[in-house]
Design a protein around this ligand. Structure first.
Ligand code: PLP
Length: 508
């Protein structure tokens, strides 16, 4: 007998029942009309993106101030809300898809992925188990197989899709921790005298997501050992050997080495084969962060960058960085998927499937239960462009980066700050006679001035302690024309700012 709860109690006299006019969805006719209008809006946005200032001129809080703090109690028409896109939302958008957006690693939208994202939203399935959506699960497996082959990884690797590389590396290092045998899943690490410090080694150029993963795994960011890099920003293998040897002598457990193919600042490539040899000698997990550089595996002239990666225990590649799948989509490949399951599989009764029948339940390979149907957009992009089309775009981006590097080298006031193996150029405005600290200030000021113009967008970074400008070419719409315009603007800004620095009384 089910007891009545107060919620089931009869309504007090005089209180009307909820109106049936206030429930349900848009009518099919209305939805059809709105989708058509929004399709026009999206197509128009893509067609005019180049005419928009890339970065809005706003102060923090300006967009929120246009919205009510109270959630709206009553309904509003979709036409009205879509109109507010233009007045409330669009003024605060940074146009990452603009062809002169050259910041970070460009994550690029494109026609095929937009079509897929609309369909994904319509389906709104959760790829947590095979049973919750066989197509989402099996397309994920198919697409992961394609990506694995595209970047040149052998058959022995099994993939899983996560949102970002930062989350994927938590899973890779959780598997590495499991391989160390301390059964942290059951007992944790706090208060245990039988668990030595677990350490991870990575170059001083590797991404900060390694520290974040160690924080979340309870192993501590202090246990990430940063190994110096050489003149070409590649991890120094001799220094790695020494660090590991010293740790082993003092009772520390070397858990993993992270090698990077395409570091964040300069896109340098660690000597993965040599690092793999060290890991094999010592029985240490090798993780390769190819979040950006994995795309090099698609082009004949880039395959050198992925040499040795086949020796890794785990590999991350982000198709949302340089393989034209929009945010977010990160693929982790592991040799021993059973380790991920050992850490993460935990199935409440209501989700139990029938794995014996060959079902893959991706929820068993990670923290997340509900999982977006991310595979659809990757499936659409690879099918629409083909691997040849994706490779051609990657080759073109590398060619454009070389072009930019030539302009830098041809102007004696500029220097290249690092080799250009992929599609990122780090360079510095360093006119003769100017001291280093003054150059640092100039380079920051040039980037700020260009970004404030709204016409182009780049970032600065530090290389060997000095500020440099950084151009990342990854947008599907970027052509040599956009780069020529940006270079001309950059030279002009540099001359103007340098002249003003030399004579502050002159025109700014
Ligand atoms: N690894 C490298 C080399 C990166 O450059 C980045 C971000 O730029 C990441 C990992 C983290 O990527 P995500 O934004 O997907 O977490």
């Amino acid at each position: 007998m089910v007891e009545r709860t107060p919620r089931d109690a009869p309504l007090p006299a005089g209180e009307p029942p909820a109106s049936s006019a206030n429930v349900g969805d848009l009518t099919p006719e209305a939805l059809h009309a709105h989708l058509h209008r929004v399709a026009d809006w999206i197509a128009q946005y893509r067609a005019t993106i180049e005419q928009r200032p890339i970065v809005p001129r706003l102060r923090p809080g300006d967009i929120a101030a246009r919205c009510s703090a109270d959630p709206p109690a009553g309904p509003a028409s979709i036409d009205h809300i879509v109109a507010e896109m233009d007045t409330v939302v669009m003024p605060g958008i940074v146009h990452w898809g603009h062809p002169a957006f050259l910041g970070y690693f460009g994550s690029t939208s494109n026609g095929p992925s937009l079509v897929a994202e609309m369909m994904t939203a319509a389906l709104n399935v959760s790829a947590m188990t095979w049973q919750t959506c066989p197509a989402a699960t099996e397309l994920e497996t198919v697409v992961l197989g394609w990506i694995r082959r595209m970047i040149g990884l052998p058959d022995g690797f099994t993939g899983v899709v996560y949102d970002t590389a930062s989350i994927a590396i938590v899973h890779a290092l959780a598997a590495a921790r499991e391989a160390c045998g301390a059964d942290v899943r059951t007992h944790g690490v706090a208060g245990r005298a039988d668990v030595p410090r677990h350490r991870v080694y990575a170059s001083d150029q590797a991404h900060s997501s390694i520290e974040k993963a160690m924080i979340v795994l309870g192993l501590g960011e202090a246990n990430v050992v940063r190994i110096p890099s050489d003149a070409a920003f590649r991890l120094d293998v001799t220094a790695l050997r020494t660090a590991i040897q010293d740790d082993v002598r003092s009772g520390v457990r070397p858990m993993a080495v992270v090698a990077t193919v395409g570091t964040t600042s300069t896109t340098s490539v660690d000597p993965v084969g040599e690092i793999a040899a060290v890991c094999r000698e010592r029985g240490i997990w090798l993780h390769v962060d190819a979040a950006y550089g994995g795309a090099m595996g698609l082009v004949p002239e880039g395959k050198w960058a992925m040499e040795g990666v086949e020796l890794a225990d785990s590999v991350i590649v982000n198709p949302h960085k340089w393989m034209f799948v929009p945010l977010d989509f990160s693929a982790l490949f592991v040799r021993r998927p059973e380790l991920l399951r050992a850490v993460f599989a935990l199935t409440p009764e209501y989700l139990s499937g029938d794995a014996a029948a060959g079902e893959i339940d991706y929820m068993d390979y990670g923290l997340q239960l509900g999982r977006r149907f991310r595979a659809l957009k990757a499936w659409m992009v690879v099918r629409a462009f083909g691997t040849d089309g994706i490779a051609a775009r990657i080759s073109e981006h590398r060619r454009l980066a070389q072009e930019w590097a030539r302009w830098v080298e041809a102007d004696p006031r500029f220097v290249l700050a690092a080799p250009v193996p992929m599609a990122v150029v780090c360079f510095r405005f360093a006119p003769a006679g100017l001291e280093e600290a003054a150059c640092d200030r100039l380079n920051v000021a040039i980037v700020q001035a260009l970004n404030a113009s709204g016409e182009t967008y780049l970032t600065h970074t530090r290389v060997r302690g000095r500020v440099v400008m950084r151009v990342g070419i990854g947008n599907i719409l970027t052509t040599v024309r956009h780069l020529e315009q940006t270079w001309a603007r950059l030279v002009q800004a540099a001359e103007r700012i340098a002249a003003h620095a030399a004579d502050p009384a002159g025109p700014a």
